[in-house]
Design a binder for this molecule. Structure first.
Ligand code: HEC
Length: 136
């Protein structure tokens, strides 16, 4: 009798464990799917960092008029910190809006900058402005 009791207790534990196995199995599958999603989630274009992407976008779409943070069309409206502050544009969010929608004589570039492009290029412009546009 005494030998049977631990055995039946074991069986009961076994049943409990297998009953608890089903939710755990689903949990593992969920974790696996989540990990796969994390690994396979599409990276930003070119797999570059936000800053590198901003720099590349600037070269492609802004440098033609704003080489080294200047402005070849409107001399005063440069991307240097002093000018941005003078015109109330010393803010990456404002710069992103200008990049996408344009301002005054400047057209908007939302279509060519792509998803997140205005923000990326604005972050880079802002970084350059606060660093004094080292190349200019
Ligand atoms: C075809 C020439 C041209 C291109 C290309 C261009 N801009 Fe401009 N940008 C201008 C002109 C002109 C102004 C002045 C607009 C005004 O106030 O009339 C200006 C103004 C700005 C300003 C405000 C500067 C200030 O001191 O007030 C920002 C910020 C700016 N541009 C960012 C960008 C960014 C970012 C890009 C690239 C996505 C870009 N621009 C591309 C011509 C250009």
């Amino acid at each position: 009798m005494a030998a049977v009791l631990p055995g039946s207790a074991e069986t009961a534990a076994g049943v409990g464990a297998s009953a608890g196995l089903r939710p755990r199995w689903w949990l593992r599958l969920l974790v696996l799917v989540a990990l796969l999603l994390l690994v396979l989630w599409p990276r930003p274009a070119w797999g570059l960092s936000e800053m590198a992407r901003g720099a590349q976008l600037f070269e492609q779409h802004c440098a033609g008029c704003h080489v080294n943070g200047g402005n070849i069309l409107r001399r005063g409206k440069t991307l240097k910190l002093a000018a941005l502050e003078r015109y109330g544009r010393a803010d990456p969010a404002v710069i992103a809006t200008i990049a996408a929608a344009g301002v005054g004589q400047m057209g908007g570039y939302a279509a060519v900058l792509g998803d997140g492009g205005p923000e990326a290029v604005a972050s880079w412009v802002w970084q350059q402005a606060t660093a004094g546009w080292p190349r200019g």
